[in-house]
Structure formats: structure tokens, C-alpha cells
Design a protein around this ligand. Sequence first.
Ligand SMILES: Nc1nc2c(ncn2[C@@H]2O[C@H](COP(=O)(O)OP(=O)(O)O)[C@@H](O)[C@H]2O)c(=O)[nH]1
Ligand SMILES: [Mg+2]
Length: 400
Amino acid sequence: MISIGLIGKTNVGKSTFFEAATLLDVEIANRPFVTIEPNIGIAYVKNRCVHTELNVTCNPKNSVCIGDYRFIPIKLIDVAGLIPGAHEGRGLGNKFLDDLRKADVLIHVVDISGSTNDEGLPVPPGTRDPEEDIKFIENEIDEWFYSIIIKDWEKFSRISDLGGKDIIESLLSKLSGLSINREQIIKTLSTTKLENLKLMQWTKDDIKIFSKTLREISKPIIIAANKIDISTSKKNFEKVKSKYKYVIPTSAESELALRKAAKAGIIDYIPGESHFDIKEKIDEKRYKALEFIKNNILEIYGSTGVQQAINTAVLDALNQIVVYPVEDERKYTDKNGNVLPDAILIKEGSTPKDLAAQIHSDLAKGFLYAIDAKKKVRIGENYKLKNNDVIKIVSTLAHG
Ligand SMILES: Nc1nc2c(ncn2[C@@H]2O[C@H](COP(=O)(O)OP(=O)(O)O)[C@@H](O)[C@H]2O)c(=O)[nH]1
Ligand SMILES: [Mg+2]
């Protein structure tokens, strides 16, 4: 399952973001996981459910359907607050870095209002330049990557080169604890043009550039410009948004308030939407709080941004699409008759065989061909899956 690490210094709203994103008042039928640690929870990618196209009613199993949207579980890790020097073990540095290893993508929660100083203490809004936080966190993570890669480099490179080993294989095993795959190493080597050099020939600068590029490729950072509801935020957000690839304005506190109100039955609200409806008579104070969110966040930014940050992390930065495997291509069901039971996140550019492998290794081993259930045609081995494809896999080895 895809893991997102929530990073940032103290007091920026990481735990609020975590609580909001993991609060979904529904049960998933076959949840194949339990919460192991308090800082790990299940959040969801939101994608228009293919049932809306096929005019059927779905019976989700591995995900949930709310209105027109499928919510697909991913792991969210609330990483311990970071302070400068964490890569050298300062503060909760080591715990922080352990949590980070498991993440495929990072959401950096920034207090964009500038009301938290470098040590994570409250200061008047507008005092702190949030861009400093963006730079410092990026630098901490890059330094950490570099420290892992440079460690024992001389010995490592000698053993690899003199042993005639493939440099991709060597790097892959050196970096095995960091959730890094072969493809990311290959991409990093070609981006940095180091692919034809022996490891022993790499200079310190080569290693530095390799580390930084690998970090960018293997753990991209989405910036959640949080506390966007505070008046000093807009100016800071405008300044930062053009400088970084992914910057999403968020109000974690507002998203938490809306999800709690929805859970209590006070409003109708689908996470990530630009509107909500008040269902029952509420007191003046509550009404004002909801009006504030409507006028100052939803109507200006289109949503509270929490769902959008997660979607951007998974669908844009990690390039995932959603595909629905089925056993019966006419009824779009599994073998128990559940319509569109599973929504699978898979990398864009994947083939039906990749999909089979992701579901079960046996299914891939015995792979014969696949059927596009929407068009009722056979698709070849080189077919590139598209978002919201419904696919039947025909294999000599069944699974389950
Ligand atoms: N105004 C505003 N305050 C927020 C927002 N998100 C979190 N906070 C507040 O910021 C403080 C720190 O939040 P917390 O989630 O504990 O931060 P963490 O230390 O990064 O986990 C708390 O008082 C939150 O209520 C937001 O979107 N807007
Ligand atoms: Mg916290």
C-alpha cells in the first residue's frame, strides 16, 4: 500500500491534518490491515467512481464509494516534528528518519501564515517567512539521504567495481531500507549522467548530486500551505506557489471541523468538496464557524485542500491511476457477484500483466490475456492501462 509521510516542524498542523484525513465515517468490508502504531492511519485517495460511467450500483470491498466518488485507502504517517540538525540525530531525529524511510511521497505541512518560529513556537502571524521552512526541511532530508549514501562509500564502491558487479544492483542493495526501487535508481543515474562511470570514479559532488536527485525522484515533496484561513497567509502563499512544483493551500483545522460535523450528522459533506449543506438547526456559534469556512476557504480556494494534497501526492507526484479488476466482464463483478468490488492504485503506464502481479503473483505467473470490460475486447500484453479502466484478467492460475 502507498505510504505518505506527513513532515514539518512542530505546531504547523501535522496532527490536525492527520486526524482530518483519516476521519472517514465509513467501514471498509475487507480491510486487510490494522492500525499498528498511533501515528499511522488510513487516509484515502478520491477518484470519480467508474460506476458513474457504467450506470451501475457498486458494492465496494477494498474501498468505499460516497456519492460519485471512490475513496481508496493509503497509509498516512504522522512523522515526528523536525528540528534543524535532525539528520545528525538532533531532537527526535532518528525516529523521524525511521518513519520517513517507509514513505513513498511526502506532504510537507507548512504554517503559511508565518505564526510559528524556527523552533516551532507560536509568534504573531506574519513574523516567520514560511519559505525558510520549505528550504530547511528539504535540506534536512537531502542531507539525510546523502549521509546514508556516502557512508562507507569507498569500501562499497571498491567491492562493487572490483567484484564486477552491476552498479544498479549494488546501489539497490545499499539503499534497500529506503523504499527505493530499481526504476528510480535507473532514472536517477540517467538524469545525473552517472550511468557509465565506475562507482570508484564518482567524486563527492557526483555523490551529492546523485543523492539529491534520487531524493527528488523517490520521495517527492508536496507542500501543504496550511493555516490558509489566517489573514497573513494569502500573501505568503502567492509568493511560494510559483516557486515549487506542488503547493496546495490547506486549512487542516477547517477540514477537521467539517468531517466532525458530518460525522455528527449536522452537515452533508463529501471530503474535498467545495460545499456542504447544513442538515439541522444549529446554534449561532456553530453556524458562524461553518459560515467562516464557507466564505474564507471553500469559496476562495475551492476546498479545504486536505483531500487535494493527498490526491496530488498520489495521482500527480506518484503518477498513479485507478483500475477496477473484475472476474465477470459483462456484469463487472467478482466471483461473489459484487459489482466493481476493488479499486486498485497502479502506476500510469502499467500493463494488464503488471496489474495481475499487483493483485497476486500467481495471477501474473499464469497470465494469458486481459479483457477491457467497458469495450468487451481483448487487450494485448503491451496495452497501457488508463484511469478507470475495468479489466478482466484471464490466467491459468486463479487466485483467492
Ligand atoms: N488557524 C489554523 N490553525 C490550525 C490549522 N491546523 C492546525 N492548526 C492549529 O495549530 C496548532 C498545532 O496543530 P498540530 O496539528 O498539533 O500541529 P503539529 O505539531 O504539526 O502536529 C493547533 O492549535 C491547531 O489547532 C489550520 O488549518 N488553521
Ligand atoms: Mg503533532
